[in-house]
Design a protein around this ligand. Structure first.
Ligand SMILES: [Fe+2]
Length: 370
């Protein structure tokens, strides 16, 4: 009898081979999918020669610090009504500062009827760069002209994504394994099914506030390891590329937002692996409690649906999220994320922007590529 192959990671939109063509080292999706797309400039490509070093520490000064908290540029009184709550995302710098503050305060803001995608990939990258250096994803494809955009693409011919899993909900804070994970983050779906594919959000500030003072106190001072190894392995096992070798960094379990001063639980079931100060079984027990609390407390969650032109902006420092892959097969979905990075996470703001170094993973269950 043939051995049963055991693969823990589900065959999600992130793990399967997405490309069909290769031209001069650039991998692309099938020409038939490109021909059918109304936004071909946003379709993912993978450059086999694209390799990056681990990210280095930099001092992050959040633009929300500069904002006028009465939001005169972002929400000008003479144009804001209950039906048209926002100007387009063509914001001047003062309005961008206010947007950063507004999103830090709310966690998640959903804008309808935006035209940012119609301006092409470069506009989006330039827009996002104002908020912080853009993160280049280690495994995902990107528009050929803008490597900093993270493209989430599901091709129309994917079959039986639930083959090994009863559901594909995967709560996470984007690339939390990085030394300086993202802050103000933008996401829009530019082509997709008529319904389905919503995104779930959970507020980790609210989750922290729901805990008893005794448990809050116990969690403060603890640290957790966040790992990019399984994401890199999943990509490599699925025939994908790894543009930057994975890192594992230690972050405080409770994180303080530099602009609002709010404390948030900074753990997520996607990338957090172990609490440094605890034994393995103690760590598993406590992390599972915190995952249950964040992932299943519907009274601290929101669900965003994607109409044409919708742009969701969330603060990855205080919000976890999960995609929902619930739409019918046969329909492709193309979305992209603009991912400005932010400060090295800290519990105590006196440590804000204290220099640190990246931890490149050197464990023996991962073999770096050539
Ligand atoms: Fe995400």
């Amino acid at each position: 009898m043939a051995p049963v192959q055991y693969i823990r990671t589900p065959p999600s939109i992130y793990s399967r081979v997405q490309y069909d063509n290769e031209e001069e080292g650039i991998l692309t999706v099938a020409k038939e999918f490109i021909a059918k797309s109304s936004v071909p400039d946003f379709l993912p490509t993978w450059n086999k020669n694209e390799k990056y070093e681990p990210l280095k520490f930099y001092e992050h000064h959040d633009v929300g610090f500069k904002a006028d908290a009465s939001f005169p540029n972002l929400l000008p009184k003479d144009t804001v009504t209950t039906k048209n709550i926002t100007p387009k995302l063509e914001l001047n710098d003062a309005a961008k500062d206010e947007l950063a503050l507004f999103v830090a305060q709310k966690g998640l803001v959903v804008f309808r009827d935006q035209d940012i995608a119609s301006k092409g990939p470069k506009f989006s990258a330039d827009f996002g760069r104002y908020f912080g250096p853009l993160h280049i994803h280690p495994t995902s494809g990107a528009p050929r002209t803008s490597t900093e955009l993270h493209v989430v693409y599901r091709r129309p011919d994917v079959k039986d994504i639930y083959e090994n899993r009863t559901n594909l909900v995967q709560w996470h804070s984007d690339v939390s394994y990085e030394l300086q994970p993202p802050g103000t983050t933008f996401f829009t779906v530019v082509e997709g099914p008529e319904s389905g594919g919503d995104t779930l959000f959970a507020d980790a500030v609210e989750a922290y506030n729901h805990l008893s003072p005794a448990l809050q106190k116990r969690l403060e001072g603890l640290h957790a390891i966040h790992s990019g190894v399984s994401q890199a392995l999943t990509s490599r096992r699925g025939g994908g590329l790894v543009k930057r070798e994975p890192v594992e960094n230690v972050h405080p379990l409770v994180r303080t937002h530099p602009v609002t001063g709010d404390k948030a639980l900074f753990v997520n079931s996607g990338f957090t692996r172990k609490i440094v100060e605890l034994k393995e079984d103690e760590s598993d027990y406590l992390l599972n409690f915190l995952y249950d609390h964040l992932n299943n407390s519907h009274d601290l969650q929101a669900r965003a649906n994607w109409l044409p032109g919708t742009v969701a902006v969330w603060d990855n420092r205080r919000v976890n999220h999960s995609a929902l892959l619930d739409w019918e097969g046969g329909s492709s979905r193309l979305a992209y994320r603009i991912t400005p990075t932010a400060e090295r996470p800290v519990y105590d703001l006196k440590d804000l922007n204290a220099p640190d170094v990246n931890r490149v993973f050197v464990g023996n269950d991962y073999t770096p590529s050539d």
